[in-house]
Design a protein around this ligand. Sequence first.
Ligand code: GAR
Length: 208
Amino acid sequence: MLRIAVLVSGGGTNLQAIIDSIASGDITDTQIVGVISNNKNAYALTRAKDADIPAFVVSPKDYDNRELFNRALLDTVDSLDADLIVLAGFLVVIPEIMIDAYENRIINIHPSLIPSFCGTGYYGLKVHEAALSRGVKVVGATVHFVDKGTDTGPIIMQKAVQVENGDTPSILQRRVMEQAEWIIMPKAIDKIAHGKVKVVDGIAIVED
Ligand code: GAR
């Protein structure tokens, strides 16, 4: 049984997709052992409680400095005894101490086809604003392992989505979620749960 901890900051639709995929059997041999938010008002916390999943808040506002917050975040993750940490819209830079402790055991969903529209400053709606400003016709989402760079870790899964005439950033964001994020995040977790993802020389190999 793969024990996953899901880290969230906002609405938690990707968390919901994972919860629903476990309930429907699209993800098997996997248990969400806890949800951690840096934001006490995140609706994702309500989703966790509704699904009877233990939920925790670790907010930078409650700590005197970043190092103390980073330590508290790592301690909370460690306390869950998780095999995999899933960043599902977690808008906090992951501390290096956590990346060292969980090498190739942290995955993230990013709302673009990496290496486009990623890195520092590209998160949430900003990614879709940038894609529309550039006029690209195909966008998408990426699930990747987290390393010490920003959105630079090994790519596990990607899915493309068409841009349509008249798209606004929020319309495009919703389509990328529906047609890509909520599909590839559960799929990637299921693959990992069944030992079908390995990293060789910095590249993720995913078996069918
Ligand atoms: C998602 O679109 C996710 O890809 C994005 O935040 C949103 C969270 O939505 N993550 C990033 O931009 C990370 N760089 P959710 O809370 O409804 O899952």
